[in-house]
Design a protein around this ligand. Structure first.
Ligand code: COA
Length: 262
């Protein structure tokens, strides 16, 4: 598939979506967001794609935020600004609801909308020289692409308040410490380490992966009892799959399972 501001490559069951505006540190303008929406839909519809990696072009940035030039165009227009936020939120929700695991491979600055893009992925890896943050308050605005909600859910309201209210940039180690980054790698090991983690998921039952993701995603706003009810439903649904029989049989026969995703 060919895009103006993205690279989209499918290899070995993994779609890699690379935001490709390195001269603008991969800032997300309207065209890039539209292309991301298209790429996420393509990855969802393609049975050959079982996981997605999202990253940025160049040495310096994952994504340095929403395009500030475009943000300025909606200054003084509450409705237009709200529309812009809703549009970006919709794009990132598509990624979150892909039904396949996605990993943000954070290879540099992940600021503002870039940090929010990473937060919308199922998991996040980062190189030790990555820097993350939500600097919107420095521009007189707040995060608009779901960041205030996702960061609070992923790392807790204390961390979300600290990141959103200070607008500071945080090193990858700090982001890892507070649970924003799942796995940290030396810069020259980021790609390999991330791919290895993705591979470890690809050999698991695809339906189980989907149910596991949905149980967490749909459960995080529920109380414990309602969440357990949801878990029970997914557990029941998983137990009528062929994958369940295959997984158990393979264990008992001391061989590797061959899942078919049904
Ligand atoms: N929107 C639009 N353009 C951006 C951008 C953004 N969010 N982030 C970087 N760029 C552009 C710069 O304007 C510059 O373009 P130019 O060469 O045409 O002038 C280019 O990318 C390189 O950025 P530069 O600022 O020169 O790099 P740096 O190494 O000095 O600083 C950052 C890197 C990330 C610290 C700095 O670019 C920055 O603070 N970016 C904005 C981050 C932000 O506030 N994001 C949230 C937006 S809601």
């Amino acid at each position: 598939m060919s895009y103006g501001n993205l690279l989209y490559v499918v290899d070995g069951g993994v779609a890699t979506v690379t935001v490709n505006r390195p001269d603008k540190l991969n800032a997300l303008n309207h065209q890039t967001l539209s292309e991301l929406a298209h790429a996420f839909d393509a990855a969802k519809a393609d049975d050959a794609v079982r996981a997605v990696v999202v990253t940025g072009s160049g040495e310096k940035a994952f994504v340095a935020g929403a395009d500030i030039g475009e943000l300025l165009e909606v200054a003084g227009q509450a409705e237009k600004a709200a529309e812009l936020a809703a549009f970006g939120q919709g794009v990132f929700r598509r990624l979150e609801e892909l039904g396949k695991p996605s990993v943000a491979m954070v290879n540099g600055f992940a600021l503002g909308g870039g940090c929010e893009l990473a937060l919308a992925c199922t998991l996040r890896t980062a190189s030790t020289n990555a820097r993350l943050g939500l600097p919107e308050v420095s521009l007189g605005i707040i995060p608009g692409y779901g960041g205030s909600q996702r960061l609070a859910r992923i790392a807790g309201p204390g961390v979300a308040r600290e990141w959103i209210l200070t607008g500071d940039m945080f090193g990858a180690e700090e982001a890892h410490r507070v649970g924003v980054i799942n796995r940290l790698f030396a810069p020259d090991e980021l790609e390999e380490g991330t791919r290895k983690m993705v591979k470890s998921m690809l050999v698991k039952g695809p339906v189980a992966l989907r149910f596991g993701m949905e149980a967490v995603l749909r459960g995080w706003d529920l109380d414990q009892a309602a969440g357990e009810q949801l878990e029970t439903e997914y557990f029941g649904k998983a137990s009528i799959t062929e994958d369940m029989r295959e997984g158990m049989a393979a264990f008992l026969e001391k061989r590797k399972p061959e899942f078919h995703g049904r």
